[in-house]
Ligand binder design. Structure first.
Ligand code: SF4
Ligand code: SF4
Ligand code: FES
Length: 322
């Protein structure tokens, strides 16, 4: 079957123009052919100037990630025919949220810099719990994070990274959990403190894209939630993210609903909250401003508080167990 591949190309040294452009190639696709094999066929037969990365061809090295029909995927792990049948087209682009160097090759420097920032290796504890042997249960906590092949697809699909390139990003955070969650790690608290700073773990907006598009089921969002929970357990709460969580917990416990006005003050502090006044006025004009004084605690608030008490008891029990 002949399939038309529409490829986003870019040559910074282009003779006529260095603007990105589209180029189409027809490829004879056989059953089982992967997108990477199709790209290699194009480069071999039609156009040796087409640039893309690849190495293992077995979904191990992580180098062939590109955007296929708008979604970050490993080219070597995506078969053309099922993809084409599903989407009715074959559009290949470089990963988003990275600078394009040439055609489908993007600059991974920021990716590696962020990875380096989370100290991607074990800093051994002087007295690891239970010695150096790692129990099955403990290994399970970091199992998923260990599967990362550094393909960068999660960062490419991250909504938070799209608006703020300083955000540390899901791949580095999944790696950070790999070590914070390791019972043999000796610098957990220091790591959590650094991760709780600006552009760290609290900048994730929980869009779930990283988990959805990771080809190895690493589940970066779960890693992020684990890091946040551990940071809270360690009382690392002097930052807007943790303060927001505490304000939310307090609000629901107090009135059984979100008291956005109080949450803003508790999260940002008095002075920074003043900057939110224009936004608050806009909400008021559109009837979106909650009025906790006019609408006090919900009916049967005592039931909500009972749930809180029980959860708190369970949490303390778990903490004691370690
Ligand atoms: S869940 Fe968070 S880290 Fe993952 S892609 Fe969305 S914003 Fe980024
Ligand atoms: S977490 Fe998944 S998507 Fe992100 S770099 Fe690792 S393997 Fe790729
Ligand atoms: S070529 Fe190695 S993951 Fe695709």
């Amino acid at each position: 079957m002949k399939i038309r591949f529409k490829i986003r190309r870019f040559d910074p040294m282009g003779v006529e123009s260095n603007e990105p452009y589209w180029q189409a190639y027809n490829v004879d696709v056989a059953e089982g052919m992967t997108v990477l094999e199709a790209l290699m066929t194009i480069a071999d037969r039609d156009d040796p100037t087409l640039s893309f990365r690849r190495s293992c061809r077995s979904a191990i090295c992580g180098s062939c990630a590109v955007r296929i029909n708008g979604v970050p995927k490993l080219a070597c792990n995506t078969q053309v025919l099922p993809e084409y049948k599903k989407k009715g087209q074959m559009v290949i682009e470089p990963l988003s949220n990275y600078q394009v160097l040439k055609d489908l090759v993007v600059d991974f420097t920021p990716f590696w810099n962020k990875m380096e920032k989370v100290t991607p290796y074990l800093v051994p504890s002087k007295e690891p719990r239970g010695g150096w042997r790692i129990e099955k249960e403990d290994a399970k906590a970091i199992d998923k994070a260990q599967k990362c092949i550094m393909c960068g697809s999660c960062n490419a699909s991250c909504n938070s990274l799209e608006v703020d390139r300083s955000f540390i990003g899901p791949s580095a955070l999944a790696k950070a959990w790999r070590f914070v969650g390791d019972v043999r790690e000796g610098e957990k608290k220091r790591r959590l403190q650094r991760l709780s700073e600006e552009h760290g773990v609290w900048d994730c907006v929980r869009c779930i894209h990283c988990t959805e598009y990771c080809p190895k089921d690493v589940d970066p969002l779960e890693a992020i939630e684990n890091l946040r929970a551990r940071a809270m357990e360690e009382n690392i709460t002097d930052n807007p993210g943790a303060k927001h969580v505490l304000a939310l917990v307090d609000s629901v416990n107090r009135v059984g609903r979100l008291d956005e006005a109080a949450m803003t003050f508790k999260t940002l502090g008095f002075l920074r909250s003043l900057g939110m006044i224009p936004f608050g006025l806009k909400m008021e004009i559109h009837g979106k401003m909650p009025h906790p004084i006019l609408f006090p605690a919900i009916e049967r608030i005592d039931e909500v508080r009972r749930i809180y008490k029980r959860t708190e008891k369970e949490r303390k029990k778990r903490k004691k167990k370690g």
